[in-house]
Design a protein around this ligand. Structure first.
Ligand code: ADP
Ligand code: MG
Length: 374
């Protein structure tokens, strides 16, 4: 009896942890372009929420709050953003698979977060460079006990075609190395951050860019930098394998706004399809559905073994603060709400958190039962 109650208690505790999930959503608001005195839709930002001012056609209240695991305002630095990402990235060295996505409309700051601005300095460099630098630093610190091998791949998904940014055309091969779907793309071993910088420069040169009415240099493809880490424990010979996907997604703006026709329309349709497939996968993981629809896009197919299960997922959701971006901003925040397992917004949150609440109540009553035995 007593033992069973203890076990039940632990099981319920784990379920609560599971419900909290391995899916995190961080929201980042870009600074206003040009004059800092320009009008903005952002009313208030604190550590974990953003309140936007909504024109009446988007809802009655005029103000709407969204809650995230983290919210970053326009003055938050690249270093501060990375600091909140670091523990997740380091878990790769302990054998976890991690996926980090940058989501948002074109011009909202995805590439800024992941790579950085055109002129890169130690202050302005983005998550990709910092992640690699950090992984090398920690592996150096641990070298007396664990020997780490680090290798990278860089691919692009454009119109559902996978291309190796470090070589020629490739297809996803479903045979796996490390239990991960490895595209038949070059895997290049790297020994220092400068090796990585050279490869990233090569990859960036190869990225397809198209032009839309919104941004002539907007990227119409998803790009993915994958870091494979293998650690060998020098004493026991145990091998640890971890994998980090750093994904700069294509712009999430809807077709009509980009005045897309012909090729541009085709691109936009592929982008919409793959972003909604990604949303479907993440939301079904967050809801613990038994069927997860990985097969609906190349992107989710590629990342299948790093999304769900023991893998950890972080979505950086980017917001443009300008008033004319309000439509996209709202649909971006709604997407974030859909993929997030945390409590977002008022009405929906209560329903989702109901399970956690119920489990917590059960734990409390089991604890009381335990206490009575003592
Ligand atoms: P996206 O990749 O989503 O299309 P970018 O990352 O290219 O958008 O950002 C658009 C512009 O805004 C770039 O010039 C970028 O450097 C700038 N920018 C974006 N986010 C920030 C930020 N947090 N701080 C300063 N500048 C930013
Ligand atoms: Mg970009």
């Amino acid at each position: 009896g007593y033992q069973r109650v203890l076990e039940e208690n632990r099981k319920l505790y784990n379920q609560v942890q599971d419900l909290k999930g391995n899916i995190r959503v961080y929201c980042r608001v870009r600074p206003l372009r040009g004059q800092a005195s320009g009008l903005t839709v952002v009313d208030h930002i604190d550590d974990g929420s953003i309140t936007i001012i909504t024109p009446s056609k988007y809802g009655k209240e005029g103000r709407k709050s969204f809650t995230f695991n983290k919210a970053f305002g326009p003055t938050v630095s690249q270093g501060e953003v990375f600091a909140d990402t670091q523990p997740l990235i380091r878990s790769v060295l302990d054998g976890y698979n991690v996926c980090i996505f940058a989501y948002g409309q074109t011009g909202s700051g995805k590439t800024h977060t992941m790579t950085g601005p055109d002129v890169l300095t130690d202050e302005t460099k983005g998550v990709n460079y910092r992640a690699l630098g950090d992984l090398f630093m920690i592996s150096e610190q641990r070298k007396e006990t664990i020997f780490y091998d680090v290798s990278v791949q860089m691919i692009e998904i454009y119109n559902e075609q996978v291309r190796d940014l470090l070589a020629t055309d490739v297809e996803i091969r479903n045979s796996s190395q490390n239990g991960i779907n490895v595209p038949d793309a070059n895997i290049v071993q790297v020994r220092s951050t400068s090796d990585v910088i050279n490869l990233m420069n090569l990859g960036q040169k190869n990225r397809a860019v198209g032009s839309t009415a919104m941004n002539s240099r907007s990227s119409r493809s998803h790009s993915c930098l994958t870091v494979h880490v293998q650690g060998r424990d020098l004493a026991s010979g145990t091998i640890l394998r971890g994998c980090l996907h750093l994904v700069d997604l294509a712009g999430s703006e809807r077709v009509d706004k980009s005045e897309a026709v012909g090729e541009r329309l085709k691109e936009a349709q592929h982008i919409n399809k793959s972003l909604s497939a990604l949303g479907d996968v993440i939301s079904s993981l967050a809801q613990k559905n038994s069927h997860v629809p990985y097969r609906n896009s190349k992107l989710t197919q590629l990342l299948q073994d790093s999304l769900g299960g023991q893998a950890k997922t972080l979505m950086f959701v980017h917001i443009s603060p300008e008033c004319d971006a309000i439509g996209e901003t709202i649909s971006t925040l709604k997407f974030a709400e859909r993929v997030s397992s945390v409590e977002l917004g008022a009405a929906r949150a209560n329903k989702e958190s109901g399970d956690v609440k119920e489990l917590k109540e059960q734990i409390a009553s089991l604890k009381a039962a335990l206490a009575r035995k003592e």
